[in-house]
Design a protein around this ligand. Structure first.
Ligand code: ADP
Length: 161
């Protein structure tokens, strides 16, 4: 039986921290599906289609990783994709409370699905899409934090080039 994990998130935009989690999950599962959430409520900088394109390009060389989008309830999406697990990243204690609540709620909704937490390399523990956007907005250099094509997309979106 093939083991599939879904890694859901806003990915607005994808960062090296997300990529670190993806690479770790790809070693544990036969297939990892990165599921880009619509998340209109979060007023994303990039459209869902743009976020999918940025993720796709970043994972093109990983053979067992694919990219998709979803706008339904996560557990329904996981079941529809015949996946066994949800992968989420844990950076620090500050992530824990929300992630814990989410994982237990998802378990209530579908007890067959397990949530797996992955910790990134220590240098990425301070990294978030929100901070990357803030730095880019203020004209700072985001090169150490995101792949080159994401850096370019941020510059274009924020009209810095
Ligand atoms: P969401 O809106 O669902 O939180 P994000 O794209 O912000 O979407 O995050 C998706 C997942 O990736 C979350 O589990 C988050 O904790 C994790 N994550 C985000 N940035 C990092 C990072 N630098 N290192 C490890 N995990 C991360």
């Amino acid at each position: 039986m093939k083991r599939t994990a879904i890694y859901p998130g806003s990915f607005d935009p994808l960062t090296n921290g997300h990529l670190d989690v993806i690479q770790r999950a790809a070693k544990l599962f036969d297939r990892v599906v990165i599921a880009v959430a619509e998340n209109e409520g979060k007023h994303p900088l990039f459209t869902q289609a743009e976020r999918v394109t940025l993720v796709k390009k970043a994972v093109a060389k990983l053979p067992n990783v694919e990219t998709d989008s979803f706008s339904t309830l996560l557990v329904e999406y996981v079941a529809a994709r015949k996946a066994q697990a949800i992968v989420r990243g844990l950076r620090a204690v500050s992530d824990f409370e929300f992630e814990f609540q989410l994982a237990l709620m998802n378990r209530k909704l579908d007890e067959k699905i397990e949530t797996i937490f992955m910790m990134p390399k220590d240098t990425y523990t301070f990294l978030s899409s929100r901070i990357v956007k803030e730095i880019a907005r203020l004209g700072g250099d985001v090169q150490p934090f995101v792949p080159p094509h994401v850096q370019l997309a941020l510059k274009k979106k924020l009209k810095k080039i």
